[in-house]
Design a protein around this ligand. Structure first.
Ligand code: COA
Length: 358
């Protein structure tokens, strides 16, 4: 059975901070954040925004674009690392806002930034197996990423949500074949009760690069033959420089010279991070923001790769084919990005003190 993405909805919070403002506040050369890390803007939540409201907002947009009946949904799964409760799934908080109840499987998936992809894969495999009995799934990836003030990860913060209805592949057909890799490590984790994550930045980069290589070689072979045929290769984007380093690494393993790695990055990867640069790291939503950006401009038949990474660690490479469907999700994203309020150094400092996440 052909299965994939039927519709997409994205929701951004109502505020943002330019990383150059943050650099000035922290007495750092702005080039470190913009050139050194490749960051531009950090999406930040307003007073009544959180992973639940963002997830529900994205879901409303995806459901509207889908146009189906609520009773034709058989599953709602939310990937997140911004849990609202240790027991009650975020899907229940979101379903409450959407007034979704009844013959539905509803649950939350946790695996750091990989949770949204796992939720999507489960929905895809459920649909393709026939267990869905013709119903579709609502998959949501929603997160708020915040580090402690002055933490090296602070310029890589962000927030946002992507929702997708999974069923008939009217937007993109996702291949059932997939390649994954996991290793139990502590590269990024948040102990119960702590407000901010602990990060071993260099270890997370090593794991991310290794996951990219292992999943890509398993799919395309040690020489990465066929990778060039992709229209685009999207990555989970903690910060754009990390993605660039991963592409350089997989190129080195495959025996590419520097020019080949650089031209592949510029042509197939760099354009997919346009929206990510306006959001920052939205954890589970990050990869799917890149995929949504690429799908909004991809012609029918374009082959797209999607590399998912979650600390802990788990990695997976998915492939899909775009249908060239009208990008109903692009205008709302651009509208959110245009209408949100810019914060300055002083409003950011005040916000950090009073936000419940700080
Ligand atoms: N102008 C231009 N570039 C500059 C610069 C300047 N003035 N100052 C520093 N840089 C460059 C550095 O050379 C470095 O580039 P390189 O890595 O290509 O060599 C880059 O900026 C970062 O500098 P660095 O000193 O390594 O930064 P840091 O120690 O402050 O922390 C991270 C960087 C990535 C470790 C930190 O941001 C982090 O922990 N981020 C979170 C990681 C994460 O999200 N992990 C989860 C993965 S899913």
């Amino acid at each position: 059975m052909k299965t994939g993405i039927s519709s997409i909805g994205i929701k951004l919070p109502s505020r943002y901070l330019d990383v150059r403002e943050l650099a000035t506040l922290r007495s750092v050369d702005p080039n470190k954040f913009t050139k050194g890390l490749g960051c531009h803007q950090i999406a930040l939540c307003g007073d009544h925004e959180d992973a639940v409201s963002l997830g529900a907002g994205a879901a409303e947009r995806a459901l509207e674009a889908w146009g189906g009946r609520r009773e034709d949904l058989g599953l709602i799964a939310v990937g997140t690392e911004t849990a609202a409760d240790m027991s009650r799934p975020l899907s229940a908080f979101i379903a409450e806002k959407l007034e979704l109840s009844g013959a539905l499987r509803s649950y939350e998936v946790k695996h750091a930034c990989y949770g949204g992809t796992l939720a999507l894969r489960q929905a895809l495999e459920w649909h393709a197996s026939g267990a869905a009995a013709g119903k579709s799934a609502l998959v949501i990836a929603s997160d708020v990423s915040l580090y402690a003030p002055k933490d090296p990860g602070e310029p890589t913060q962000g927030a946002g949500a992507v929702a997708m209805v999974i069923g008939a592949p009217t937007v993109a057909e996702i291949d059932i074949a997939t390649t994954s890799w996991s290793e139990p490590v502590f590269d990024f984790w948040r102990p119960v009760g702590e407000a901010h994550p602990r990060v071993d930045g260099p270890l997370s980069l090593d794991c991310y690069k290794r996951g990219a290589w292992e999943t890509t070689r398993a799919r395309f072979g040690d020489d990465l033959a066929g990778l060039d045929e992709l229209h685009a290769l999207c990555f989970h984007t903690p910060f754009p420089k990390m993605v660039k380093k991963a592409v350089r690494f997989i190129g080195e393993q495959a025996g590419w010279d520097e020019a080949k790695a650089s031209s592949f990055f510029e042509a197939k990867v760099e354009p997919s991070m346009r929206w990510n640069r306006q959001v920052g790291n939205s954890y589970t939503a990050s990869l799917w923001i890149a995929v949504a950006d690429v799908l909004s401009r991809a012609p029918s038949g374009a082959r797209i790769g999607a590399y998912s990474y979650g600390s802990g660690f788990g990695a997976e490479l998915l492939t899909m084919t775009a249908t060239g469907a009208a990008p109903t999700w692009a205008a709302p994203f651009e509208q959110d990005a245009l209408t949100r309020a810019a914060m300055d150094q002083s409003s950011y400092e005040t916000w950090r003190v009073k936000t419940t996440h700080a």
